[in-house]
Design a protein around this ligand. Sequence first.
Ligand SMILES: Nc1ncnc2c1ncn2[C@@H]1O[C@H](COP(=O)(O)OP(=O)(O)OP(=O)(O)O)[C@@H](O)[C@H]1O
Ligand SMILES: [Mg+2]
Length: 1063
Amino acid sequence: MQITTRKTGHSGTGRMKTLKHVSLEERCNRILRDMEGSLTARDRVGIQDFVLLDAYTSESAVLDNLRKRFNENLIYTYIGTLLVSVNPYKELGIYTKKQMDIYMGVNFFELPPHIYALADNVYRTMLTETNNHFILISGESGAGKTEASKKILQFYAVSCPSTKLLDNVRDRLLLSNPVLEAFGNAKTLKNDNSSRFGKYMDIQFDHMGGAVGGHILSYLLEKSRVVHQNHGERSFHIFYQLVEGGEEDLLRWLGLERNCQRYSYLVQGECAKVSSVNDKSDWKTVRKALSVIEFSESNIESLFAIIASVLHLGNVTFVADSQGYATLNNSPEIHWLSKLLGIPAQVIQVGLTHRKIEARSEEVLSPFTVDQAVYAKDALAKAIYGRTFTWLVNELNESLANKDSSRKTVIGLLDIYGFEVFSVNSFEQFCINYCNEKLQQLFIQLTLKSEQEEYEMEGIEWESVPYFNNKIICDLVEEKFKGIISVLDEECLRPGEATDMTFLEKLEEKMGGHAHFITHKLADQKTRKTLERGDFRLLHYAGEVTYSVVGFLDKNNDLLYRNIKEVMRQSKNAIVKHCFPSTEPDSKKRPETVATQFKSSLVGLTEVLMSKEPWYVRCMKPNEGKQPGLFDDVLVRHQVKYLGLMEHLRVRRAGFAYRRRYEIFLQRYKPLCPDTWPNWKGTAAEGVECLVKHLGYKPDEYKMGRTKIFIRHPRTLFATEDAFEVCKHELATRIQAKYKGYRVKGDYMRQRQAATKIETCWRGMKARREREKRAWAVKVIKRFIKGFMTRNQPACVDNTEYLAFVRQNYLTRLKENLPKTVVDKNTWLTPPPIMQEASQMLRKLYTRHMVRRYVQGIMTERKAQLQLKGLTSSIFKGTKENYPHSVGIPFVDTRISEEDIHIKVYQMIRQERIKYSVPVVKYDRNGFRPRFRQLIYTGSAAYLVEEAKIKQRVEFNNLKGVSVSTLSDNFLILHVQCEDIKQKGDLVLQCDYLFEALTKLCLVANKHNFIKVVQGSVKFDIQPGREGFVDFKSGQETMIYRAKNGHLMVESTRTKSRAMIQN
Ligand SMILES: Nc1ncnc2c1ncn2[C@@H]1O[C@H](COP(=O)(O)OP(=O)(O)OP(=O)(O)O)[C@@H](O)[C@H]1O
Ligand SMILES: [Mg+2]
């Protein structure tokens, strides 16, 4: 037989079509991203699907993978569509609303394994295919089954459509859990909230996917817990919740005290208080849940009355009378029982201490011994509780029932004990393990069926693969007349002394030689050592389990005496009345044994399940200590075995390890072949064919179905995946490069566009400005020309602007071309005609301004100097030829320093201060011989000095005048008043500093117009009455000589200086 995963088939187009929000393309992309994403990280996080394990037959390999994942907090792993879950014993933060959203509507293999992925896929498949499903959750006690089922329920509560009506159903579905857990769960050594019953819950959905109803089936409640608990364990939660949390009034009414220690049924395990359980708050939850589920107040009262009755019953004690029969003192318990159950105390008392037996046609009451009475009392307590539990489940079903008869599809949740193997295994384990065999059988049938269907659908030849079919074991247990249950029932029912040992003997008799059954007697030498005499061993599909027959008969009988049932029938408590109906088959017909009942219920369950599509969750616990992070290899290995994981894996892996729809496979791996990358033009199947050929798949490594490729070995897939990983990087680089190029190009284009736009705008603006400027210029030029043409007309509109411009222009230019000095007479801009007058005025103004500025700027000495020069100018300007030369030569105070004037001279003119002195050449009056002399002025006279001698003193009063020529010689003739012959006559002198000496003379003598500038000859007095002449003339060169006429001839060169021209 060829068996592999089946659900992958359902994850195809049909389901995808329903996922409206996400496009196919987007989903494909998501698949590429997430699907076998973790294949890449498989070294660290393990493989997320055991089917892809190469060494799939190796328990160690499975264990290694589980451990790897557990250490990474990855508690979920698939085997195909089966979900393996390892209890983390800590909050992982993976059950949030956000996580639910992530998993909603996503294909099974797109995301890492999760209970939500499974729940979602079941839901979607149900909606798409309109068929029924169930999720089987199995595992050891404490492995997380109930938690898993709650997570699924919560997921549906969030993901299903919501209306007011639907929300009501949803709340009831959710709240049925705490109620069921209160009555059916208890603290055990393995789990503080251990479900002590098997539960199958149907959730019904309408065609829109709304949860519209539910139904619960319960299996094999562990009633014995009511009367007995092992050390460290408790009875059902509800007892403790009532005692701890019940309101005062309620407790008073029930006759209870708020102290668990007071009730013998609650203290057997000596641990009424558990830290992890909060009975008080749980009580509130249960009370609220009961109201939401709409239990009537009277029913709730009756329910608590029963719970209290059980507690009171537990406290009933018997005393042996003289004959050894059990008697009851009129104890308060009986009183409360009577009150709460509504049965007369006397009737209860008799019922608890007697049993009715039939003697021929008569019925007589036979008294109990104390032991028998205790047994009967416990049996009653168990019966009451067990039947009340059944009633409760029925009530819940009432409340969850959907009255609408339209077609529904369902998802069943089966939270049931997995294989149980303890050191001592009894009747309960036998039932449980039988149940698991049945479920395995179901799995095989369903899986094989679906596998075969898929192969057929895909047109692939069916290859048979060996697997272990456990039907043989199921038959061993349940076969009519021959099976273990039949033998057990026979032993229970047959008259005579039947015991557990006789049962064992019968088994040996009937089963001897069966390959899966051994007892001490039947075993070979070696095996015998591992078996007790009272044991039998079954070789279950998941492994061997040794059962001890002790208690088998008793537990199977679950005897409740007839008369006590009759007592209960009289009850006024509605629930008890309902639980012990008068229609119950009478005693004469023995009721069905527990095993048979269980078998029938399993047959019923199998029928229910066979018609549905199966999904599996296998729960495991990583350690016995409920500790997070601890992975106990031995314990997990044990569970791997007894959960049948290896067998399951083998069945799943029988044929092909991996299969995927062509589209998905091609989409992921197409980059590996140049022909399929980037786009394949043909069909997906052809594409895959081309791709695998290119990859070099060998013909026996894969098969091409109608819609899927089937790959036989994981290594083929891994090699492909590894190649893809390498290729992905190259592709990523290429795509990145392309993308970057595209982005940069885009940027560049945008920038260029922007630049062009800016440029255009700028140019436009410039052009507009230019145009405006030109227009303006034209206007200005026109105005200018017109102005120019009319410039000489009187001021009018046409020329005012031009004239203003002319004015301004002239003024501006004038400003830059003003004369720098006062003496600069040439520099002055020629004005335009209209500015003639203004120009003249300006010129005057400016000259004045310069003069003022100049005058303000000159020093006192310079001023004095200039005054002198002014004086000189007033005398000589324009009269003497060489005057201009002298203008630039500054006057000094005196030309002869003090030390150069002989001391004697000083002494002689002591009383007069010397005001000026200058060297001169004196020409003799006779003969005109030149002599060097000093001319010295004092305040009153001029002295002609030769060395220490004063040659001549001329009083200023006596100075008649001074003559100079108009020419450029340096001669001066001082005319002296000469009354006396002895007196010396006029002086003919030549002085290099002629102008200076004469100006000073004017100043000192205070005579301003006694200088005469004479043309031609100057007559002078040699002595009174005797005249001499000095003739002046211009010549080629300067010469001084005595002319033939006896005159002194002074010839001087003609000078034509600038100053002369200017003047
Ligand atoms: N997925 C989980 N995440 C965190 N803790 C968990 C998870 N599953 C289980 N647990 C813890 O383990 C405990 C036992 O789980 P649960 O009651 O579901 O076990 P079970 O398989 O139903 O056992 P039993 O057969 O005794 O009923 C829970 O109370 C919870 O503390
Ligand atoms: Mg449970």
